[in-house]
Design a protein around this ligand. Structure first.
Ligand code: IPE
Ligand code: IPE
Ligand code: MG
Length: 237
C-alpha cells in the first residue's frame, strides 16, 4: 500500500522568483515586479495562518543578488524596509514571530534598525514563525558554522567527536526552525540557488512556472495538495 504523507506541511519554504520577468512582460520596470511581489508576501502569510502551517520561510534577497545593477538593489532595499515597517505591528498582533536568516553585515543602517527592532519586540505567541532570508547564502552560512566550530576547537572547548549533525544545526541561522517539509520555487527554474543547503536534505520540492507576483493562496493550496500525496522515505523503505 502506498504511504502518502496525508497532512499539511509544518514548514514551507519558498524561493520567490520571477518578479523581474513579471514586470518585463508588462513593460514595467523590474522594481515594479518587486513591489507587487512584496504585497504577495502579506497574502501568503495570511494563507499560512489560515491553513495552520507553523513555519513559513521565504527567500527574499541572496548574497549573490548584490551583483545586480545598483538601481535594482537599492529599489529592493527600499521596498524591504517599507514592507517590514508597514507590516511588523500587524504581524505581531496576529501572533507571527519574525526570524531573520542571513548576514547583518553588509546591510544598510536603516534596514538593520528595523530588523533589530523586529527581533527585539517579537511576538511571543508563535502562531506562525515567519523567517525571511535576506542577505542570505547557504554556503556562507555553512562557512560561518565551520569558522565558529574551529574557534571552539582551537580554544579547546570541543573535541572532534563532539561535532555532530545536531551541533552543526545548532549554529545555523535556522537553529530555531525544523527542516522544511516543502520547498516551493516559483518562476520555473529547477535549482536551489544557494538556499538552505544543509536544511533541505530531505525536503519535498515543488516547482511552478507561476511567477511570484502571480502566486496566490490557490497556488499554495496546489503545492500543499501535491505534498500530501508524496511518499517521504528518508532513505528507508
Ligand atoms: C526574485 O525575482 C526576487 C529577487 C531575487 C530579489 P527576480 O528579480 O529574480 O525575477 P526574475 O527571475 O528576474 O524574473
Ligand atoms: C533566487 O532567485 C534568490 C531569491 C529568490 C531571493 P535568483 O533569481 O537570484 O536565482 P538565480 O540567479 O536564477 O539562480
Ligand atoms: Mg530570478
Amino acid at each position: 500500500m502506498e504511504k502518502k504523507t496525508d497532512h499539511i506541511p509544518d514548514h514551507v519554504a519558498i524561493i520567490m522568483d520571477g518578479n523581474g520577468r513579471w514586470a518585463k512582460a508588462r513593460g514595467l520596470p523590474r522594481t515594479e515586479g518587486h513591489r507587487v511581489g512584496a504585497n504577495r508576501v502579506r497574502e501568503i502569510v495570511y494563507a499560512c495562518l489560515d491553513l495552520g502551517i507553523s513555519y513559513l520561510t521565504i527567500y527574499a534577497f541572496s548574497k549573490e543578488n548584490w551583483k545586480r545593477p545598483k538601481r535594482e538593489v537599492s529599489g529592493i532595499m527600499k521596498l524591504a524596509e517599507i514592507f517590514f515597517r508597514g507590516f511588523f505591528n500587524e504581524l505581531k498582533r496576529k501572533g507571527v514571530h519574525f526570524v531573520h536568516l542571513g548576514d547583518k553585515e553588509g546591510l544598510s543602517p536603516s534596514i538593520l534598525k528595523i530588523i533589530n527592532t523586529m527581533e527585539r519586540n517579537n511576538a511571543e505567541e508563535k502562531k506562525l514563525v515567519l523567517s525571511v532570508a535576506f542577505n542570505y547564502s547557504g554556503r556562507s552560512e555553512l562557512t560561518g558554522v565551520l569558522r565558529r566550530i574551529s574557534e571552539l576547537s582551537a580554544n579547546g572547548e570541543i573535541e572532534p567527536d563532539h561535532i555532530t549533525e545536531q551541533l552543526i544545526s545548532n549554529y545555523l541561522y535556522t537553529r530555531e526552525l525544523p527542516d522544511p517539509d516543502l520547498l516551493i520555487r516559483t518562476g520555473g527554474e529547477s535549482r536551489v540557488s544557494n538556499f538552505l543547503l544543509w536544511q533541505i536534505a530531505y525536503t519535498e520540492i515543488w516547482i511552478t512556472d507561476t511567477l511570484w507576483p502571480d502566486f496566490t493562496k490557490e497556488t499554495l493550496l496546489q503545492a500543499v495538495d501535491d505534498y500530501k500525496r508524496r511518499e517521504r522515505r528518508f532513505g528507508g523503505l
